[in-house]
Ligand binder design. Structure first.
Ligand code: 6V0
Length: 332
């Protein structure tokens, strides 16, 4: 091109791909919230998106690219028919999924989502052998287990977004009750992402002051301040938001961007993510559940040995049994 030849003196060809490439599978509400959070928070300068819905994908791509001038050097690409677009990713976020059909059981829905993973996971890992997989599609704990099985990756490299989001909701709701910032309210939700999640009341603290020490009824049935309601609200959050706006997106997008940042920057930050919990807290099933984990370049570097009380351990084991039962009925 004449303009190019008159404007440039070529020195060397640019490298094909950034070292911090993130790929997002699925350009639905959740996938796009992940992409938007990653780009606007400078988590990565290169994002690839894959979705079978070509028109929606093209529209999303154009819309984002037209905002490039307001981003910090982002390269955004997309494909609806070739997973090669994801090649050389450091993080791959899976948000693709199908919704429940009329008269379809949860198990049948789960099996259809397993088929989606079967169609892509081995290709994704062959194009990006150095990537860490973050599974977001629901039911996230089981689909993370399935992705791990299909990937052939060591377990540190396959993570579920798990209760990172539930934990953030928990901290926000505690912050509302105490009227201080969520970042200063420390507490963890572990176990299954969803209905059987476990609030670790024994560890909730502000500035090292354990709330249960100053108020032993915290989180129990005899609590006149009804802190248990905070956990109920965490569980009901998704249902409520879906009822109001049709889907959840922003909080999960922000939470996944934070996980991606921890991996890309090798930050050794602690997040509640879904991991293989066999051998931990007395669980003997091969299941994925969330526990606080240290994240770095290779995914999960360490799990934290949280001091759980009897009730918390019991609840965690119940979650593990439920998930193991579901997983045993799947065709992977
Ligand atoms: P959505 O808006 O229906 O988007 C799903 C996207 O997946 C669509 O664009 C589809 O075209 C695409 N898709 C389907 N099959 C394939 C395939 N084989 N290859 C590529 N793309 C495909 O759903 P939404 O974005 O709202 O939710 C996505 C998933 O995230 C669902 O499973 C949700 O339940 C789950 N969420 C998980 C959360 C968590 O905390 N783990 C939170 C919110 C939602």
């Amino acid at each position: 091109m004449e303009v190019k030849s008159k404007l440039f003196v070529e020195v060397v060809a640019p490298v094909e791909s950034a070292l911090n490439k993130v790929s997002v599978i699925g350009c639905g509400a959740v996938g796009m919230a992940c992409v938007f959070s990653i780009l606007t928070q400078n988590v990565s300068s290169e994002v690839a998106i894959f979705d079978l819905n070509a028109d929606k994908l093209k529209g999303e791509l154009m819309d984002l690219q037209h905002g490039s001038a307001f981003l910090k050097s982002a390269k955004i690409s997309a494909s609806s028919d070739d997973l090669k677009i994801t090649a050389n990713s450091r993080v791959i976020i899976i948000t693709a999924g199908v919704r429940q059909k009329e008269n379809e059981s949860r198990l049948e829905l789960l099996q259809r989502n397993v088929e989606i993973l079967r169609s892509m996971v081995s290709k994704l890992v062959s194009y990006s052998p150095n990537a860490v997989l973050i599974v977001v599609s629901n039911p996230v704990d089981i689909l993370t287990y399935v992705s791990w099985k299909l990937s052939g990756f060591p377990q540190n490299k396959v993570i579920g977004s798990g209760t990172n989001l539930d934990t953030s909701r928990f901290r926000f709701l505690i912050s509302e009750k105490l009227n201080i910032a969520p970042e200063s309210c420390h507490g963890w939700i572990i176990g299954e992402h969803g209905d059987s999640s476990v609030p670790v009341w024994s560890g909730v603290n502000v500035a090292g002051v354990t709330l249960k020490d100053v108020y032993p009824a915290l989180g129990t049935d005899n609590d006149k301040e009804n802190w248990k309601e905070v956990h109920k609200n965490v569980i009901n959050s998704a249902y409520k938001i879906i009822q109001l706006k049709g889907y959840t997106s922003w909080a999960i997008g922000l939470s996944v961007a934070d996980l991606s940042l921890a991996i890309l920057r090798n930050s050794q930050k602690v997040h509640a993510v879904s991991t293989n919990v066999k051998g931990l807290h007395g669980i003997d099933d091969d299941v994925y559940l969330s526990l606080p984990c240290v994240l770095g370049e290779n995914g999960i570097v360490k799990t934290i040995k949280q001091e759980l009380n009897e009730e918390e351990t019991k609840q965690l084991k119940i979650s593990a049994k439920i998930l193991a039962e579901h997983a045993s009925q799947l065709k992977i």
